[in-house]
Design a protein around this ligand. Sequence first.
Ligand code: PHE
Length: 385
Amino acid sequence: MRLKSLFAKVGVWVALGAIGLGGGSAVGQDKAPILIGHYGSLTGSEATFGQSTSNGIRLAIKELNAAGGLNGRLIELKEYDTKGDPKEATNSVTRLVASDKVSAVLGEVASGLSLAGGPVCQENGIPMISPSSTNPRVTMVGDMIFRVCFIDPFQGQVCAKFARENLKLTKAALFYDQKAPYSDGLAKEFRKAFEKLGGKITAEEKYTGGDQNFKAQLTKIRGTGPEVIFIPGYYTDVGNIALQARELDLKVPLLGGDGWDSEQLGKIAKQAIVGSYYSNHYAPDQDDARVKEFIAKYKADYNGATPDGLAALGYDAAKILFDAMKRAKSLGGKDLRDAIAGTKDFPGVTGSITIDSKRNAVKSAVVVEMTGDPPTPKYRATVAP
Ligand code: PHE
């Protein structure tokens, strides 16, 4: 009996192998699934970053596979949890590249974690696309590293412009995470742009991600009389900071970058975050046909959940990878790299995406305001590069 089933299996295997001999397309002769990797924070204080990204990637894979895959080859995903930790990020990418032998890697969200994983892809010649890391250094790691989002010098300008021109404010305080490259970098970019527009920075205070008590710094900030506080942090810290600011009777609007983007922000901060603003890659309530279609598909797959910017960017990053795989001479690192570099006017949910010579995307940003109960982001403005 056992022998018979073994023969049966071998038979099936031989048959599949034979089918695989046909073809001859760019993607290759064989019909085995194409393995791609994703590393993201699926747990920890930035858990929604990895979860949303994963949802977006999976939706893109599902659509492609339902349509027959890439020249008949299905896409298969290997995914590891970075837990928001740089060492785990390096280990995850090493596993994807060395053991799983993926063709390409998607991730990370947080710039500090992309900076930890990127060098492994670069050294091994495997293309990596970060959906959402905005710190300029991320793609400077080397020619294998791409992103499909804008970068922080632009995002800093967007926030400064919004504070000066839309809100008409001149005095801003800075409060940022000194250990996160994203936060530290965006604070500097905001300062530069805000001062250039005639604004004044009244205070510069720092925290470390995961801190629980922010009152000493917030008290100092309060003493300098700012009209707005720029907090380019991640959502869990920002939520806690907002709660403590209001407890200290600090009532001015808070302003931040894409790191605020999580449904958890409104749940943590509740009414303390109402009337505050952040810049982002997309807004679910934008009047845009492509956005609406994406939201409908995402809701159908994920229990009616509204996709955040990370879900949209994960979806776009995966689709850009598949588009490049279709055009690539082979799935070998260099050929695939060249195809990704050739991405032009790709119609993404987060805007039209062209990869520039530094492997970044040049795109518009949106500004959203937190309103409602529980507070959720509402579209307020689009800022073009
Ligand atoms: N831009 C952030 C970073 O570089 C990550 C992020 C993107 C977070 C989009 C939320 C939404 O660290």
